[in-house]
Design a binder for this molecule. Structure first.
Ligand code: GLU
Length: 502
């Protein structure tokens, strides 16, 4: 394919949602693969629902995903004069006609007469009226819409995803192309603009399948070259229903705020309705471009699986060098920091305190890097790193309840005693992973219990949690002083428990 020109034409009536982003991505991949051009066009003709803020949010979403465009952004509203001129051209050529009827009255009449579509009546009235009378009434200032006169026959195309598609023209109504107020209808505007931008391939969601024959008829009537079409499948939620707010965040910007990496999002979106033909799942940008082809886009709808997005993000986080991860972690920490003045931004799962942030900033670079290396391999988002870093950055405030029941209170006096012994042994230990491991295991052996009986209470004592990365790595990063203090605090906590707490 040479000279491929594709387009992404969002309507700025909302944010860049997952479906739009996936369509943008497929167009981008095709353009990059073929050395073609991606045109960005903002379809802002719906004045009431469009806004500049949404336009900006869409541009930001594309930028975040790294989907750069080569031409535009163009604005559909800038082309209104051309759209009108083309409607008039069709009228002059007899390929369209004036409809002076009132739309609501026409609908009611069609319904009453049992006529399938009101345009049947509109055409009948236009034909009865004749061209001379129609022109006279227009001249006299009577308002009219312009309708395309759909010819007999059928309209077909070879769809890159669906194969041969064919519609009987009898099933296509004489669509309005210009409203009585002079505003163009989407099908005309999109054809006019795509032709103006010399688009060769229209790749869009299959919710537009029924628009395509109308658009092809318009290309033909206007004498414009018909582009190639490819309709990509819908995205459904895991319950099989069309993706909506119910399924969680649907705007890509929300995922940025939740610590999803753009590379992971791009990889995830690429696999919604497409696959490389082998079992590869983790694919970087270049690899996706290389592997992408419209032939491998599937017909059946794709399912948006949040779990998979989390898993994929985890894979990307684990591969990210600590020095590239750090700014992202700091950014999320800062966004989640609460003090009295500033409300948290983003979507914090737990607020980060100023103290934690300060400690992070004051810590030696090597320590921060080691902590990130430890945490990044077991999380699914940057925010989870922030959560898991918390015990390393501030004194503990209490212990996780379920874990404390199990590992602290079941036999509080015995656990307190064991923590005392552990503390003494740790105080005398070298502070390396290997030494700490043999120290802790030594205590368990000496007490005649399994290593878990020492490790679980110790983990809870130093992290406040039932789960953490490898305990010996945790101890190394926490340092001797902090560890000994936390173990002592846990012992005191247990001693202060009322007898018989279980
Ligand atoms: N503005 C339309 C939409 O957002 C464009 C559809 C198309 O690709 O033709 O659905």
């Amino acid at each position: 394919m040479t000279g491929v020109r594709v387009r992404f034409p969002p309507s700025p009536t909302g944010y860049l949602h997952v479906g739009g982003a996936r369509t943008a991505l497929f167009n981008w991949l095709l353009a990059r693969k073929e050395g073609g051009v991606l045109v960005l066009r903002i379809e802002d003709t719906d004045r009431d629902r469009s806004s500049e803020a949404h336009t900006q949010a869409i541009l930001d979403g594309m930028t975040w995903l790294g989907l750069d465009w080569d031409e535009g952004p163009f604005f559909q509203s800038d082309g209104v004069e051309r759209h009108r001129a083309q409607a008039i051209q069709l009228l002059d050529e007899g390929k369209a006609y004036r409809d002076f009827t009132d739309p609501a009255a026409l609908r009611a009449e069609a319904e009453q007469k049992g006529i399938g579509h009101p345009s049947v009546l509109a055409r009948r009235y236009a034909d009865e009226m004749g061209e001379a009378e129609s022109a006279r009434r227009a001249e006299a200032g009577e308002p009219f819409a312009i309708r395309l006169r759909v010819p007999e026959g059928s309209t077909s195309w070879h769809d890159l995803v669906h194969g041969r598609m064919s519609f009987d023209n009898a099933d296509i109504d004489d669509l309005v192309i210009l409203r009585a107020d002079g505003s163009p209808i989407y099908n005309l505007a999109v054809v006019s603009d795509d032709a103006e931008h010399r688009i060769t391939h229209v790749i869009r969601g299959d919710d537009h399948l029924s628009n395509t024959p109308k658009q092809i008829l318009l290309y033909e009537a206007l004498g414009l070259p018909v582009p190639t079409f490819g309709h990509v499948p819908m995205i459904l939620g895991s319950d099989g229903k069309r993706l909506s707010k119910r399924h969680g965040a649907t705007a890509v910007g929300d995922y940025a705020g939740e610590g999803i990496l753009p590379a992971a999002m791009v990889n995830f979106l690429a696999l919604l309705g497409w696959n490389p033909g082998d079992d590869r799942e983790i694919m970087g940008r270049e690899e996706l471009i290389e592997a992408f082809s419209m032939e491998r886009v599937q017909k059946k709808s794709a399912v948006f699986d949040l779990d998979k997005l989390g898993w994929m993000n985890g894979q990307y986080l684990a591969r990210l060098p600590a020095d590239r991860l750090e700014p992202l972690v700091v950014e999320r920490m800062a966004a989640r920091t609460v003090d009295d003045e500033i409300a948290p931004s983003g979507r914090p799962s737990a607020p980060v305190t100023m103290e934690q942030l300060d400690r992070w900033r004051a810590a030696p670079a090597a320590w921060r890097e080691a902590l990130l290396e430890l945490l990044k391999v077991r999380v699914r988002s940057v925010d989870e790193i922030v959560d898991q870093a918390a015990p390393f950055l501030a004194p503990l405030h209490g212990y996780e309840e379920a874990a404390a029941k199990k590992h602290f209170y079941r036999d509080a006096p015995a656990t307190a005693a064991r923590l005392r012994v552990l503390r003494e042994a740790l105080a005398a230990s070298e502070w390396t992973e290997a030494d700490l491991e043999s120290t802790v295991r030594g205590v368990a052996d000496a007490e005649g219990v399994g290593a878990g009986k020492a490790i679980h209470p110790l983990r809870l004592a130093v992290t406040g949690r039932g789960q953490s990365p490898g305990i010996f790595e945790v101890l190394v990063l926490l340092g001797r002083e902090e560890t000994l203090e936390r173990v002592a605090n846990a012992g005191e906590h247990l001693n202060s428990q009322p007898k018989g707490t279980a």
